[in-house]
Design a protein around this ligand. Sequence first.
Ligand code: NDP
Length: 332
Amino acid sequence: MKVLVTGGSGFIASHCLKTLLARDHTIVTTVRSAEKGEAILAAYPESSKGQLSYVVVPDIAQEGAFDHVVISDPPFDAVLHTASPFHFRFQDSKELLDPAIHGTKGILRAIKDNAPSVKRVVITSSFAAITSTDGHPDVYSESQWNPVTYKEGIEDRSKTYRASKTLAERAAWSFMEEEKPGFSLATLCPPWVFGPPIHVPESQAALNTSNAYFAMLIHGGWKEKLPPTGTWLWVDVRDIALAHVRAMEVPEAGGKRFFITAGHFDMKDVAEIAKMRVPEYADKLPTKLTSDKPNPLYGFDNGRSKEILQLEYLSLETSVVDTLKFLQSHDI
Ligand code: NDP
């Protein structure tokens, strides 16, 4: 298939590129600068055979940002829309809300109007679009929606990221309902995503948000106290990447939302694995480890992801060890 992947420089997207290439798909990815595009081409030898190329889209929040990008020869069969800000460094809430919401609406509009060959669109949503800060159900699944509003996203910094993901995904499903385009949509909702990055970040500060916790561990930031887990569910980046590709390839995935999680965890589990498997970091961790998992803790139902996307999730131990070793070997 010929696939457009937005945000190829991202942590999750870079694994999507790798998985797509391994399955012989041809890719065009969007990046914010030619410099980032060239770095991506250098990281994947397949680019020399024309299997991977890039186009520059500096800001997905801009109106019409994707209008020309979706036009390609030969034309695209599918689109994976992963680009969206995931950080908490913003001054103004709109720095998160606008790219998330306008970017999602913009790419769907561009595909409908300019790329009739596209049959499947996969959007990276988040567990942030499922979970609520106002209490938890007994079991989380695809059926729940975060009730957060745009107003809350604007006024309450602690809700801005969650609002950006929730409202972007809601906008996508509304678009499908109202516009009835010639493609089907699948959305993926992962919680914490861990795992070794593909692109080596220039510095600790350039590391993606979820893996920054692991760099903190290496640099002694967990010594006095483990960081709060906050969301006690996780998935490895290689599994969420495979989920994107299967959600694109499998016909039955169309029209569905997928909750992609390997299961429960907390930072104590991570610390125990680190102590046991990467013992050189034992002295960076508290002697006594305490869990912050609530009791009882909500359950999770990831059955749809196993049944339709055929996911077999990697273990937390594999993910933690691979991530720490990656950061260690690249001196991050
Ligand atoms: P990254 O920060 O590594 O990737 C985000 C990507 O989006 C980057 O390519 C970034 O470009 C691009 N981007 C952000 N804002 C804009 C913009 N205004 N215009 C153009 N491109 C933009 O994060 P992840 O890979 O972790 O996240 C990818 C997706 O997965 C996001 O939608 C995120 O919400 C979602 N997600 C991530 C989780 C995690 O734990 N990592 C958990 C759940 C969901 P650049 O690098 O140039 O800034």
